[in-house]
Every structure is written in C-alpha cells, then in structure tokens.
Design a protein. Structure first.
Length: 237
C-alpha cells in the first residue's frame, strides 16, 4: 500500500529553550539539515496537492509532504529560502481572520506574540510555487464550538482565502487537532479535498483523506528523531 509521511512545522527560527512552546520552533540550521537529508535519501518535499496525487496513484514512496501551520511570517522569511534551495514544495495553513496580525489563540497562555504573514507576504509565498490551505477563521477548538460557529469557521475561511488570493483552497488543518465526526462532515461538505490532524502516523493510500495523520517536527530534538518516527512507521522496501 502506498504510504507518505506528512511533516508538520510551525515557527522556523529561534524560540524558547524550554517549556511547552519550545517544540514549535525549529532552528533554520536544523530545517536546512532536514531538507538536505530528506533530499539525499530520496524524499523531496511536496505540496499537499502533489502528495495526495501520488497517494492516489499508488506512488507515495519517494517524497514527503511539508506542512506549515498558522501562517507565521518566518514561514516566508526563513523557511521559503530553504525550500527553494532544496527544490521543495510545501503548504501553509492560514488562519484567515489573523492575517497580518499575531497568534491571538495563544494570548494568555504564556507564549510571546509571533507575527503572521500579511496579504502581500502570502502572495509572495504563492508566487514562489507554494500552496495555502485553511486553518479556520480564528484558530478555535472546533470540537468545543456550537454547530453554527464551527460551520462559519470552516466555510468562511475557505471563501475568504479563495476570494482574496484567487487560488483554489482545497486543504484544511484542524486547529489544535480538535475534531468530531460532525466537524469532519462539515469539512467534506465545504468542498475541501483533504484535512490534516495532529494524530501521529504516516498517511496511507486507504486513509480517510479528511483525517490524515502527521508527524510534528519537534524543535527541541534533532533530525534523527524525525527520521526515526518515519522509519518506525514506513515499511521496508
């Protein structure tokens, strides 16, 4: 069966050395080593559309889908130059109501404010051949919202992004990984082709494409931990 790892990144650059938010920051040097190594072992970075196409054709091996959550400014300023250097593609899941602002969903949680890409910066990301997806309007726990609010978060974010940037927005990421059967159903009804979770695992050809697992890249650990997760779950050729 075709299988394909989906890696999940957040911030690229320096962050706190300890605490629960440290894992969200991957140093630029670490990201570069990861992209270089993945390329050398025959796993080039793919966008979500490219990766799903490979899974659908039963040709998942030979690549890894790169995802960046939230739309941080350093996705453009720090990650994009490295992605281009190693001829990678990636998708960034954008929180539509927070474009040009900061990570409001972390306010009161003890995390420093992190700037998010502006409309112009998202345009540069797209011009570089990268992809965007929806991460809802405001990054809530969807599984804790009432039905009407959850529907708005899922549907209006897609409509806004498509209208603003003139591109198809076919992919969704559940904020905080929170979902229910009703949430998944609404994502499907809104026309999203896929949706990613925070459930660890390797995506397989037979998976529900609206509940895809990912491997979160922990900034406190090195490349070896990422490769180990992949090696444990990928079958030998």
């Amino acid at each position: 069966m075709s299988r394909l790892p989906i890696l999940c990144y957040h911030n690229v650059g320096p962050g706190p050395s300890a605490g629960r938010f440290a894992l969200l920051h991957v140093a630029e040097a670490k990201l570069e080593r990861q992209l270089w190594t993945l390329r050398r072992i025959g796993l080039p970075g793919l966008s979500m559309t490219e990766g799903l196409g490979r899974l659908g054709r039963g040709a998942g091996r030979g690549g890894v889908i790169l995802t960046f959550d939230d739309g941080y400014a350093d996705t453009l300023t720090a990650a994009l130059p490295l992605l281009r250097r190693y001829d990678c593609r990636a998708i960034c899941y954008v929180v539509s109501d927070c474009i040009g602002g900061h990570n409001r969903w972390d306010d009161g949680e003890g995390r420093e404010r992190q700037p998010l890409m502006t409309r112009e910066q998202i345009g540069l990301w797209l011009e570089a051949g990268m992809e965007i997806g929806s991460h809802s309007c405001s990054h809530p726990w969807l599984d804790k919202l009432g039905e009407a609010d959850a529907v708005r978060e899922i549907s209006e974010s897609r409509a806004f992004l498509q209208r603003t940037f003139g591109v198809a927005v076919d992919h969704f990421a559940y904020p905080f990984g929170g979902l229910t059967a009703a949430t998944v159903g609404e994502v499907k009804r809104c026309g999203y082709v896929s949706a990613v979770t925070t459930r660890p695992g390797i995506a397989r050809g037979g998976d529900d494409v609206h509940r895809l697992p990912r491997l979160i890249v922990d900034g406190r650990r090195g490349l070896a931990s990422v490769l180990l997760q992949m090696a444990i779950q990928l079958p030998r050729r």
